[in-house]
Design a protein around this ligand. Sequence first.
Ligand code: ZN
Length: 259
Amino acid sequence: MPELPEIETLCRQLQPIILNEKIHGFEVLDSRLGNIDTMVGRKITSVVRKGKSLEIELDKSDRLILHLRMTGRFQWQSSHQALPSHTRFIMAFTHGRILCIDPRRFATVNLRDNVCRNNSVIDPSQEYPVSELWKIAGVKRLPVKSFLIDQRFLAGIGNIYACEILYEASINPWRQTFSVSKQEWTRIATVTQDILHRAIACRGTSVSDWRDLFGNKGEYQNELKVYRREGYPCPRCHDAIHRMRLSGRGTYFCPSCQI
Ligand SMILES: [Zn+2]
């Protein structure tokens, strides 16, 4: 599933292409997306990322909220080429079009007004007071990895980056959140920012089907230390990386140096 760095990549690639442009056509090819009000003629006033979703603001105070879920991706076509299979909707402009391609059909698109916004969740790629995180986590009894990927607290981290963050911070994914000290949360927050910024610079992680807006693979998969590296030596202590399930997700870690 695309996480914060992948959606941020799309956001940054879309901005110079569609900002201040008018939507020329909008075609839904998959009935599962439901009825979407016509946006033809509306101008795009901003493109921002919120957690793992992409928000395209339109004139007249509406915004289009796009969530790629499991296998969704966007592709830009500057000239009319054949539609790839699994295209679910098309947003056309005078100079090209955005396709949403999604084999498993979980991606969603919703048009909402700007009234109800929830800005209270923490964006882990930005500076924020770690004491806030520590206060919330301190009263929870759940594994720290489950806390990191819970979108109600921190928006944008998924399985891949949670494994990498906890490895880099030397914290065992099964540690209970209330047992993690303020100093350790500070370390988690710092490595989170470093990892997310580096992954954005690499245009995301292509371990499976992630491709950027122009169909290119990201490059952060070349820098992963533990994710999908079961049996390989830990870069820090050289013991073998393990994989175990935590809340149904494959969790990669070093049992020797993540305590
Ligand atoms: Zn190790």
